[in-house]
Design a protein around this ligand. Structure first.
Ligand SMILES: [Zn+2]
Length: 318
């Protein structure tokens, strides 16, 4: 029993010793461990911060690269848009003016042999209705190159010309050569006014024209080449003539002379575009037409109105 007590007491003592040792050893150990862990933690934090900074820097670089790429793409797009394969040539100023002075160009074909195209310049006039009746008498259709300043008060006559199946072409609005041929622009303006007038009265826009005095004359020497190419560019066909009735000369010609001038000249050409006039002053023209038509019909000629598909007679200007 006593021995048991002794053993127990020894166990207790040993246990106490262990506890004391443990109490003495543990705190510094814990201190060392926590210092070690603290150092580790600090180092890892520092590393993490360094990584974050590095990642941020890399992200910044990527963003910069993306921005540079976007700018390059924009520049490339702008470059492709601003440099088409061939830059259009710079247009002349008058080409931009009077945009309505334009028609669909027609392909012209050479007329059949023995065709005669009677053309009457300068109307409508006080003689137009008489002339229309003469043409109707022979069922002949012709062409009237009208003057705009002659239209006011004669709108019905102009409508009658169109209604009876004749062609209404442009001649000039003012018929004042010095004004019209002052410049290409002035001539375009004149034609545009006439075009609008004809359209307003007849409901149809003209598609052919005769330049006042013909396409090449003493008044348009400096501008005719430019003017002709501009009217062609706008789609208009223009007609000069190869037979002149000489019915508008200063000296009044007789009916017989006018008719003879035409009847003798027509057989010299494969087809003829005949210049005549429709003015209030010259009744002789009307009477001459009444003579020349039956004579030419007798000789086997056919009459027709001009249209843009008739291969024109044009004066040489080269
Ligand atoms: Zn004229």
């Amino acid at each position: 029993m006593e021995q048991e007590n002794l053993q127990f007491a020894q166990k207790v003592r040993r246990a106490k010793r262990r506890i004391i040792i443990a109490l003495l050893v543990l705190p510094p150990l814990l201190l060392i461990v926590s210092v070690y862990l603290g150092i580790q933690c600090f180092q890892q934090r520092r590393q993490a911060a360094a990584y974050t900074a590095e990642l941020e820097a890399q992200a910044g670089q990527l963003q910069q690269a993306a921005e540079q790429r976007r700018q390059l793409e924009e520049q490339l797009l702008a470059a492709t848009q601003s440099t088409p394969e061939s830059a259009p040539p710079e247009a002349l100023e008058y080409q931009q003016l009077y945009p309505e002075l334009s028609v669909e160009p027609a392909k012209s074909v050479s007329p059949a042999d023995k065709m005669v195209y009677l053309t009457f310049d300068d109307g409508p006039s006080g003689n137009t209705l008489a002339l229309l009746d003469v043409l109707d008498k022979y069922s002949v259709k012709a062409t009237f190159f009208v003057v705009g300043s002659q239209i006011p008060g004669r709108e019905d006559i102009l409508r009658e010309i169109a209604a009876r199946g004749h062609t209404v072409g442009m001649h000039s609005n003012s018929h004042k050569y010095n004004d019209i041929y002052a410049s290409v622009d002035a001539c375009l303006q004149d034609f545009d006014l006439l075009r609008a007038r004809i359209l307003e009265v007849t409901g149809q826009a003209p598609s052919i024209l005769r330049f006042p005095g013909g396409s090449v004359n003493g008044y348009n020497r400096d501008i005719y080449q430019e003017l002709i190419s501009e009217m062609l560019r706008r789609g208009y066909a223009y007609f000069d003539w190869n037979v002149s009735a000489q019915d508008a000369t200063s000296q009044n010609k007789s009916v017989a002379d006018i008719a003879n001038a035409v009847v003798t000249a027509v057989p010299r050409h494969r087809y003829s575009i005949v210049l005549l006039h429709d003015t209030s002053l010259r009744e002789t023209s009307v009477k001459a037409v009444d003579r020349l038509i039956p004579q030419l019909l007798e000789l086997g000629y056919t009459f027709a109105p001009l249209d843009p598909s008739v291969s024109p007679i044009i004066f040489s200007y080269k």
